[in-house]
Design a protein around this ligand. Structure first.
Ligand code: MLT
Length: 245
């Protein structure tokens, strides 16, 4: 049986081999959740970018420029990283250059390690992600974006939720995956209560974030597509090919 590994933060990536594996990048609050909303709105493609300075350059190439640092929209950019911003029909057909504190950094780090495929995972499309992983039939790595290379609970409990959906096809590789799975099984019926106690949820409260991003990002299976990396871009190829996961 193929194995599923969980990397709890990008700082641990040097300990792992991603070559020829299916990698799911996870940033529940909020980059990968927000990317799924953007594609549901009809965004054409998303370019993950390392820094706000690099991201700003794409304005000259007719990109929407989106930047978040420390959970706040960076001044001078078109958009930040709240999923609610990306329900705007104006975005249909647009290309977005996107940089966030953790999620886009994890995507770019994973890309450099020659994976077979990089999928964008969120609760919003969790079953579609599980179906895609099973169809790809490769060893699996679930990469949690964490917070500035520290562990966060929302990404790890999502990894456990995904393992739960994969359990007939993949076995947990080690304690890191087993701990994620155990966390999910303990809190599967009270996920929002758990995540509302997270450091990031508390950060939102301290920042007086007016939208309920925690509740929104914990909704399950509102989308049946899986954004994935194609070259340097993230695309929603399932729409392009008419395949719904
Ligand atoms: C991110 O998405 O990189 C971060 O988790 C920060 C956020 O969006 O609040």
């Amino acid at each position: 049986m193929k194995k599923v590994e969980v990397i709890h933060t990008p700082a641990l990536l040097p300990l792992y081999d991603l070559k020829d594996k299916t990698v799911v990048v996870i940033d529940i609050l909020r980059a990968t959740s927000t990317m799924c909303v953007a594609f549901n709105t009809g965004v054409n493609k998303i370019l993950p970018v390392a820094s706000p300075d690099e991201c700003r350059m794409f304005k000259d190439f007719d990109f929407i420029i989106s930047a978040e640092r420390n959970a706040v929209k960076v001044s001078g950019f078109d958009m930040g990283n709240s999923p609610f911003e990306y329900e705007n029909p104006f975005l249909a057909g647009k290309n977005i250059a996107f940089t966030t504190t953790n999620g886009t950094k994890a995507i770019k780090m994973a890309k450099a390690m020659q994976p077979h495929k990089i999928l964008i995972g969120s609760f919003l499309n969790i079953s579609a992600v599980a179906k895609r992983i099973i169809a790809l039939d490769k060893e699996v790595v679930l990469l949690c974006s964490g917070w500035k290379d520290k562990y966060n609970i929302e990404d790890t409990v999502y990894a456990g939720a995904l393992i739960h959906q994969l359990s007939e096809y993949f076995e947990v590789a080690d304690d890191a995956a087993f701990s994620a799975y155990s966390l999910y099984r303990q809190y599967q019926h009270s996920l929002e209560d758990l995540v509302r106690q997270s450091s990031h949820a508390k950060r939102f409260t301290l920042l007086n974030v007016q939208t309920d991003d925690v509740h929104f990002c914990l909704q399950q299976d509102i989308y049946d597509f899986v954004p994935e990396m194609d070259g340097e871009f993230i695309l929603n190829k399932s729409l392009a090919s008419g395949i719904r996961a």
